[in-house]
Design a protein around this ligand. Sequence first.
Ligand code: FMN
Length: 258
Amino acid sequence: MQHQHFLTIDSKSCIKCGLCIKDCVINNLHMGKDSAVAIKNTCLACGHCVAICPQNAVSLSDFEDSPLPVLPSSAFTGSDLVQLIRQRRSIRQFQNRKVPQELLKQLLTAGQYTPTASNSQNVSYLVIRENIASYEQPALSTLRRLKRIQSIFSHSWDNFSIDEHFLFKKAPLVMIIKSPDLVNASLAAASIELTANAFGLGVLYSGFFSLALKHSRKLQKKLLLSSRNEAVLALAVGYPAVKYKRTAQKEHPVVSYD
Ligand SMILES: Cc1cc2nc3c(=O)[nH]c(=O)nc-3n(C[C@H](O)[C@H](O)[C@H](O)COP(=O)(O)O)c2cc1C
C-alpha cells in the first residue's frame, strides 16, 4: 500500500446495524454509544465496511476513485465467463495495430481490482510501447547464452529457434507486472489476460522473458527491481492476427473430494 487511508464513520448516519463490525476481517470495529466506532483509524483499507453499510456512513480517505454501485450477479452470466476462459489462447501472431488507450486503461483497472494478500496492493506495472526492442534484445542475448549452456546437458531447448521477436512476437504493447509476491502478480496477470480477451485483444505470457531476467543484471537494473526475488511477469498484448475456430482440449482435472 503506497498511501495511508483513514476510516471515518458518520455517527449521524449510522443506524447501529452492526453489519460493518461483523464483516471486518481484522476486528477493527466495535459498537459505540451512538454508532459503530473504529478502534484504529488506519487498517487494511479493504473497504468491506464501506461496501456493506446500508447508510453509506463509512468512508475511507485518499483514494482517487469512488465506490461504484454493485450490480446484481444476474447481470453477468457465469457460462459466458467459462466460455471466454475456454476459448482464450496464447497469441503469437499480432496485427500491426495499436492497443487503444481506453482499452489499456481497462486492463490496468482489471489488475488494480484483483485481490492482493492482506490488501497490500503491491503490484506495479510498466507499459512498454515505444521501445520494446530495448527490453527484448538484452533478454534474447541472455537466452541465447543460456541455450548454448543448456544444450550441452539436454536437448529440451532444441525445438526453439530464438529469433529477433521470440519473446514478444511483434506485439505493439508489452506489460511488465512486478510484485514482491508472485501470487499477487500472477492473479493480476490472469485478470488482465481475461479482460484483454473480453475486449478482443490477445495476450502471450512471456515466461522466457522472466527466465532471461533472472540471469541478466543489465535487465534487472533496467527494470529497477528492488530485489532479485521480485516476481516479474511479462505480457505481450495486441490484436490477434489469427482466428481460432474451436476451443482447446484439456485433460480432465485431477479433483478429489473429501
Ligand atoms: C506462466 C506462463 C509462461 C509462458 N511462457 C511462454 C513463452 O515464453 N513463450 C510462449 O510461446 N508461450 C508461453 N506460454 C504459453 C503456453 O505455452 C500456453 O499457455 C500453453 O501451451 C497452452 O496454450 P494456450 O495458452 O493457447 O491454451 C506461457 C504460459 C504461461 C502460463
